[in-house]
Design a protein around this ligand. Structure first.
Ligand SMILES: [Zn+2]
Ligand SMILES: [Zn+2]
Length: 244
């Protein structure tokens, strides 16, 4: 499993950091977690063919996570044709609203219906294509109609937990991440100062942690916190690649 962090900023882009998007590659298949970064440009610029994309998993309907979704889906309907991908929406309002936005962009309903599949996310196992299993877990991130999810990806004997955005001070963290073992936990880094989250993070049963969705004020003191954690921990940068 190869994970490439396409966008690692918090709610707004920063110099050198796009907003949230992460690419997971298993063999030739691609899976996209959120679409805040300019996906079409990043795929083209990094020689990633659209036809390999099998799943798009949206954590919640905030612009920093979905703002470039039309740059993924609309090209698949036309010149980067792909009818093998499913796009998972955390809410009916998000799914219908996005379809309406595509119609506004001159996409025909019959073309959309025949091409990209849209599905609603529920807790539990939502995807299994024989290479990757994806599980959704609800969190307490606010402001999006109560529908916000993290995702667990299982592939090639490895398990990765992506927390997505959480509540202020990561109030749900311990129960949400639980005691299961992960090869990697990708934890957001914007909604709690890292120094105040340190005690919660310490209890994570993981071989490695990456802090993503980086807000500079929140990660102040990171180096001292990282020394106290019982696993290696680093801050993500755009285009950081991890191979598990
Ligand atoms: Zn966010
Ligand atoms: Zn958010």
């Amino acid at each position: 499993m190869k994970i490439t962090f396409l966008g690692t900023s918090h709610g707004y882009a920063e110099k050198g950091r796009f907003t949230s998007a992460t690419l997971i590659e298993v063999g030739e298949n691609y899976y996209l977690l959120d679409a805040g970064a300019p996906i079409e440009y990043l795929f083209v610029n990094n020689d990633k063919p659209y036809e390999n994309l099998r799943g798009i998993f949206l954590t919640h309907m905030h612009n920093d996570h979905v703002g470039s979704l039309s740059s993924v889906v609309e090209p698949m309907l036309r010149y980067r044709f792909n009818d093998k991908a499913t796009c998972f929406f955390p809410s009916r309002q998000g799914m219908d609203g996005f379809a309406n936005w595509l119609y506004t962009l001159d996409v025909k309903k019959e073309v959309l219906d025949k091409t990209v599949k849209f599905e609603l996310v529920n807790e539990g196992k939502i995807f299994d294509d024989g290479k990757v299993c994806v599980y959704a877990r609800r969190n307490l991130h606010k402001g999006v109609g109560g529908a916000s999810f993290g995702y667990i990806f299982e592939a090639e004997g490895k398990r990765v937990f992506f927390t997505g955005d959480m509540s202020q001070e990561f109030s749900e963290y311990c129960e949400y991440v639980g005691s299961e073992h992960y090869d990697l936990v990708v934890c957001e880094g914007a909604h709690s100062p890292i120094v105040r989250a340190a005690e919660k993070l310490k209890g994570t049963n993981t071989d490695r942690m990456i802090i993503n969705h980086v807000y500079f004020e929140s990660v102040e003191g990171f180096d001292d916190v990282a020394k106290t954690l019982p696993f290696p921990c680093e801050i993500a940068e755009d285009m950081l690649e991890i191979i598990l």
